[in-house]
Design a binder for this molecule. Structure first.
Ligand SMILES: Nc1nc2c(c(=O)[nH]1)N[C@H]1C(S)=C(S)[C@@H](COP(=O)(O)O)O[C@H]1N2
Ligand SMILES: [Mo]
Length: 318
């Protein structure tokens, strides 16, 4: 039996939650490092989190659009990330994203829209009721995760902003600040990170802007304070830490398609029958699982979204 110190207080009674969670992880990480070997390299294996967990988000409704698949753990979702502004290794975002200052945060809305202007993120999100949306996310690199996002439909935002009838696409831009984001000093992409959707894709009820996950404010490594989530497309369409939303009649020049047009198209719908030039897209590894799974057309959301692409050759428009 453990001999307790007097007074009989647990560490958690006297320490802010963020600190003791980190201390526990530090002890766990130290133990894993001492054991060494493969365990230390497994995704999410007790790596140090850059930050404590976020503030709880109140009044979150459940959604009929959620999958009932097993969720990935908070640790998987926040320690194995792609966010190249903070480095290209999967654990760079969780180590570096604490440098991002997410309040105050301004979102510029411009282009073909009735209500252009700059909005503080707090007032930008205020009109919308928060929902939990449990979605699969399929990275183009053939791994996937199930994430309990919190957010609201992008369609509601677009209706409120009132794009002009001439607007056919929405373009999104991520912050580009070398002082906070060490990765943008490296020319892996033509910064800033830009993504875009056709207007009907942006208005689809599955498309959301997310401000949280697992009941809490979005961790920086997952794209705080606000990011896009488009569950039937490869993960790179789901752009993080948005500072600009632009309505346009031209197809946006998205960062990945500009950097390598042969490998990354504008549409980027999950499609197990169209391989990436350097690897197969037929199967994927769900984080935390050993055996590979078959990748599903439109990431399993075909019943809801296939009609958006009727008559389009999805080999040509990849
Ligand atoms: N600004 C920005 N957004 C981004 C990325 C990025 O590097 N920069 N990576 C994308 C990729 S490739 C994926 S798979 C998802 C990963 O989201 P997650 O880390 O929240 O799981 O974010 C996407 N959004
Ligand atoms: Mo990705």
């Amino acid at each position: 039996m453990l001999i307790k110190n007097a007074p009989d207080l647990r560490y958690s009674d006297v320490t802010p939650k963020g600190l003791y969670v980190r201390r526990r992880e530090f002890l766990h990480a130290a133990a894993v490092a001492a054991v060494g070997g493969a365990a230390a390299l497994a995704p999410g294996a007790g790596r140090l989190r850059a930050q404590g967990r976020g503030a709880k988000l109140p009044n979150v409704k459940k959604s009929q659009f959620s999958t009932d698949e097993k969720l990935n753990s908070y640790d998987d979702i926040t320690s194995y990330n792609n966010y190249y502004e903070f480095g290209t290794d999967k654990d760079d975002p969780q180590r570096n994203a604490h440098r991002l200052v997410t309040r105050p945060w301004t979102i510029r809305v411009d282009g073909m829209v009735k209500a252009p202007g700059s909005y503080d993120v707090e007032s930008f999100i205020k009109p919308y009721a928060l929902e939990e949306r449990i979605y699969r996310l399929r990275c183009v690199e053939a791994w996937s995760v199930v994430i309990p996002w919190i957010g609201f439909p992008l369609a509601d935002v677009i209706k409120r902003l009132e794009p002009l009838p001439s607007a056919r696409y929405v373009e999104f831009t991520t912050l580009n600040d070398a002082k906070q984001m060490p990765g943008v000093r490296v020319p892996v992409l033509d910064w800033p990170y830009i993504e875009g959707l056709r207007m009907d894709e942006a208005m689809h009820p599955l498309t959301i802007l997310s401000v949280g996950l697992y009941g809490e404010v979005l961790p920086n490594q997952n794209g705080a304070p606000i990011r896009l989530v488009v569950p039937w497309k490869y993960g790179f369409k789901s752009i993080k830490s948005i500072v600009r939303i632009r309505f346009t009649d031209q197809q946006p020049r998205t960062a990945w398609a500009v950097s390598n047009p042969r490998e990354y198209g504008f549409f980027s719908n999950v499609n197990p029958t169209v391989d990436h030039p350097r690897w197969s897209q037929a199967t994927e590894r769900r984080l935390g699982e050993f055996f590979r799974r078959k990748t599903l057309m439109f990431n399993g959301y075909g019943d809801q979204v296939a009609q958006l692409y009727s008559g389009m050759d999805l080999r040509k428009f990849y």
